[in-house]
Design a protein around this ligand. Sequence first.
Ligand SMILES: NC(=O)c1ccc[n+]([C@@H]2O[C@H](COP(=O)([O-])OP(=O)(O)OC[C@H]3O[C@@H](n4cnc5c(N)ncnc54)[C@H](O)[C@@H]3O)[C@@H](O)[C@H]2O)c1
Length: 263
Amino acid sequence: MGRVADKVALVTGGASGIGRATAELLAQEGAMVVITDVQDEGGQETVATIEAAGGRAAYHHHDVTDEGDWKKIIAEVIEAHGKLDILVNNAGVGGTGIPVEELPLEAWRNTMSVNLDGVFLGVKHGVGAMKDNGSGGGSGGGGGSIINTSSVLGFVGLPHTAAYTASKGGVRLLTKAVAIECAARGLNIRVNSVHPGFIDTPMVGGAIQRGGPERREAILKSQPTGEMGRPQDIAEGILYLASDAARFVSGTELVIDGGYLAR
Ligand SMILES: NC(=O)c1ccc[n+]([C@@H]2O[C@H](COP(=O)([O-])OP(=O)(O)OC[C@H]3O[C@@H](n4cnc5c(N)ncnc54)[C@H](O)[C@@H]3O)[C@@H](O)[C@H]2O)c1
């Protein structure tokens, strides 16, 4: 038996990096995993990898900033699989690297739209679907686990990341507000945030490409362990929060950062 056997999971941004590793691990541990993204080729590749390993997965195109897309995907998951147990709000865009006085309002809005509006819409429609689940033990019914991907930059700032850091701080407290709202309503829906440190994914690769070898050196130097994490390091934490092993865990911040915030 896997740790999330017979559960139905939705992972946004599952075409790449942390989302892909999470989708693969949840499937390996027994979940039916619905992967969504705007990068269709990458999303199909994640499904192919999962199926080749004997797991169950499906891919849907889904822009997390679009509420119509959210309504459609949740309806499709319920129709095809009967329920939604796990929602991983992982899709995100990285920092702009632009000094604050030069940051165009459009760039600020784009970051907030994907990283914060996208998570809000996921939580809104995720709770809407999960409150009808019969499996929960709360007095108000329901059942499910929502994991929102914030960042170490939901706790501390970094130069040239005003929009990204603001969006991730928003995700951190949005998570807590909804966690206690669900508890107060007797809904057995747990809502937690995960806070990766620097993880070797295409998002960080893009920042390194823009900043050159010195940027890579600076990132590695900022790591207490001298190395970046791997997408699988974050997937393991998300699996825990998604599983029944975390049945008493809600509104918490799971930091997985190689000690970055410990200094
Ligand atoms: N890599 C890190 O160091 C790091 C650190 C802290 C937090 N995070 C967070 O982890 C999450 C995953 O990042 P990653 O490093 O795997 O990056 P990534 O670029 O490899 O993956 C992000 C995915 O999100 C998708 N996406 C972007 N905009 C979207 C939209 N509007 N709708 C649907 N999908 C969209 C992308 O297509 C991509 O597949 C993000 O929320 C990111 O902010 C990453």
